[in-house]
Design a protein around this ligand. Structure first.
Ligand code: ZN
Length: 310
């Protein structure tokens, strides 16, 4: 089908959020504490409205439920992926996600969560937390109980363009001064380990210490990424990750690019520049899905895209 499914983002205010979704992306945000743009979302807590006239009034969930052929008749109760842009003005809580097996058993049949981060922008000297330094579960427990966060948490310096895969069981946190594009399984299950003793509406946010201790992989795995770059005439394609749940690529278009959409669907987020896709105007902050059977898409202009598919 040769229809592009353009989507309208949903915004989430967060205690750690800022205003870069307005100043950098030009979105109309609810306040200067807007932490998340749910860009391609079909979740009960945020469902993108379809902007394409042919499907006017549809949400992405409804499209998934009623027009499954657009997604190659894939199985599944929910659209499998969730794409967010996150503006962390302050630190996010230290957290971990369970895998499918643990979530199914302990969270009423929910999916676990694997996610990945592409750093769109960050302050000078910014860092991120990926992994920890405990060698055993006992050591992990005592470091958590004694609040030895500086010894426990692995801080990694970051710069624009870095990429991190966060598997279930990986202790992690986005830190202040960071804007990322997150591609994740469509799940909300997060176990909070530490929240810097902050208050939200006068009380601390709930911690999930016991579940966290159960699911944190110990010792932590090294986070390694192996990015493969393909140079084409007029554009570059970088494969950032291919895992059981998604593949994510970064495409930089200098003049024009033909991208063959042969997957069940392809999510596309414009993270820099402006141009067109098959004659339709797109710019930084546009998000859309090329449905099943779309075939070749012609991009023109100066564009940086993050795409994902399964
Ligand atoms: Zn997370």
């Amino acid at each position: 089908m040769k229809t592009i499914i353009f989507l309208q983002p949903v915004f989430k205010e967060m205690i750690w959020g800022g205003n870069k979704l307005k100043t950098d992306f030009g979105y109309d945000i609810p306040s200067d504490n807007t932490g998340e743009c749910w860009a391609i979302a079909a979740h009960k807590n945020g469902d993108s409205l379809v902007l394409t006239p042919e499907f006017s009034g549809y949400t992405l969930s409804r499209l998934w439920n009623e027009k499954r052929e657009l997604f190659g008749n894939l199985d599944g109760e929910v659209f499998p992926l969730l794409i967010k842009i996150i503006d962390a003005k302050a630190d996010l809580s230290i957290q971990v996600h369970p895998d499918d097996e643990y979530a199914k058993k302990n969270e009423n049949g929910s999916l676990g969560k694997t996610e990945c981060w592409y750093i769109l922008d960050c302050d000078e000297g910014a860092d991120i937390i990926v992994g920890h330094n405990a060698q055993s579960k006992d050591e992990l427990r005592s470091m958590v109980e004694e609040a030895r966060w500086n010894d426990l948490l692995r801080k990694i310096p970051i710069k624009k363009g870095d990429f991190f895969q966060i598997d279930p069981g990986c202790l992690h946190a986005i830190r202040q001064g960071t804007v990322i594009l997150e591609t994740q399984q469509n799940s909300d299950i997060t176990y909070r380990v530490y929240d810097y003793d902050r208050l939200s509406d006068g009380k601390p946010r709930e911690l999930h210490t016991e579940k966290s201790l159960e699911v944190i992989t110990t010792p932590a795995k090294e986070s390694v990424t192996d990015i493969k770059t393909e140079k084409h005439d007029g554009f570059t394609r970088e494969k950032l990750i291919e895992c059981d749940y998604y593949s994510v690529e970064r495409i930089v278009v200098e003049k024009s690019a033909r991208i063959d959409q042969t997957y069940n669907f392809m999510n596309v987020s414009v993270v820099e520049g402006e141009g067109t896709v098959d004659g339709e105007k797109i710019k930084k902050g546009s998000h859309f899905i090329l449905p099943c059977g779309y075939g070749e898409a012609e991009f023109s202009g100066n564009l940086e895209l993050i795409i994902s598919y399964i």
